[in-house]
Ligand binder design. Structure first.
Ligand code: SF4
Length: 229
């Protein structure tokens, strides 16, 4: 009898979880549909780029798309993405397709800001960052992530103080935002514009950060889920 009751309780819990997951997925679907229609920033040079409504405990937050991402319609689609996905492959044993299908991709700004006078990608302005932050807050509210991976200084400074990359890369921080607490692990930007991650001490600190990501329970849960499916 006790065993039967336990079984019924387990079935009820599973059914409850399935309903909750469906609701989160439909909220996220709606969110991404709205995000793609956003036109708040008149100086942006593209429409928003999204990695899709991926239900995940792990978020990657970058700076902003470059010129290729709006064309290819996915974040980290060019040079920076090559390095970022190589890091995931090497340290987390997840190839690009797996990462894109299991991790939610966000950014400080979702549109391409255009080039500055020196020909490099323009850093989003404070008003654009403010405009876009509500999308990120909504994503945190909907997904309630356990881990956010912050890629590059602009993304890092939205969550923690960062005087020098060397003071934060290779460490994990507990932060709160949008009514939720979670871990953040910063990474240097892999764009190649800065060689910081290739030369000491940046190289060693980047390896330390990637090992922290690979060992994080939210990421190890992704491996297990992948093995089961
Ligand atoms: S940068 Fe963000 S807030 Fe601005 S138009 Fe693009 S999606 Fe909207």
């Amino acid at each position: 009898m006790a065993r039967l009751i336990l079984r019924v309780l387990r079935l009820c819990a599973n059914a409850h979880r399935a309903v909750a997951t469906k609701k989160i997925q439909s909220n996220l679907d709606r969110h991404v549909t709205q995000l793609l229609k956003c036109r708040r920033c008149p100086r942006m040079k593209s429409t928003p780029v999204s990695g899709g409504a991926i239900l995940s405990d792990v978020l990657v937050i970058g700076q902003a798309p470059g010129p290729r991402e709006p064309v290819l319609q996915r974040p980290f689609a060019h040079t920076a993405g090559k390095t970022l996905f190589r890091w995931f492959e090497e340290f987390c044993r997840m190839n690009e397709a797996t990462v894109r299908s299991m991790i939610y991709f966000a950014a400080v700004c979702r549109c391409f800001p255009g080039k500055n006078s020196s020909g490099t990608d323009r850093v989003p302005a404070p008003d654009e960052i403010r405009n876009c932050s509500s999308w990120m807050d909504d994503e945190i509210r909907i997904l309630r992530p356990r881990l956010i991976i912050l890629v590059g200084r602009l993304a890092i400074t939205q969550f923690i103080d960062c005087e020098k990359l060397g003071g934060v890369i290779g460490r994990k921080f507990r932060v709160a935002r949008a009514g939720h607490r979670f871990d953040v692990i910063p990474l240097p930007h892999p764009s190649g514009a800065s060689p910081w991650h290739k030369i000491p001490p940046g190289r060693e600190l980047t390896v330390r950060a990637l090992k922290l990501i690979a060992r994080h329970p939210a990421v190890t849960a992704l491996y297990k889920h992948r093995r089961r499916s």
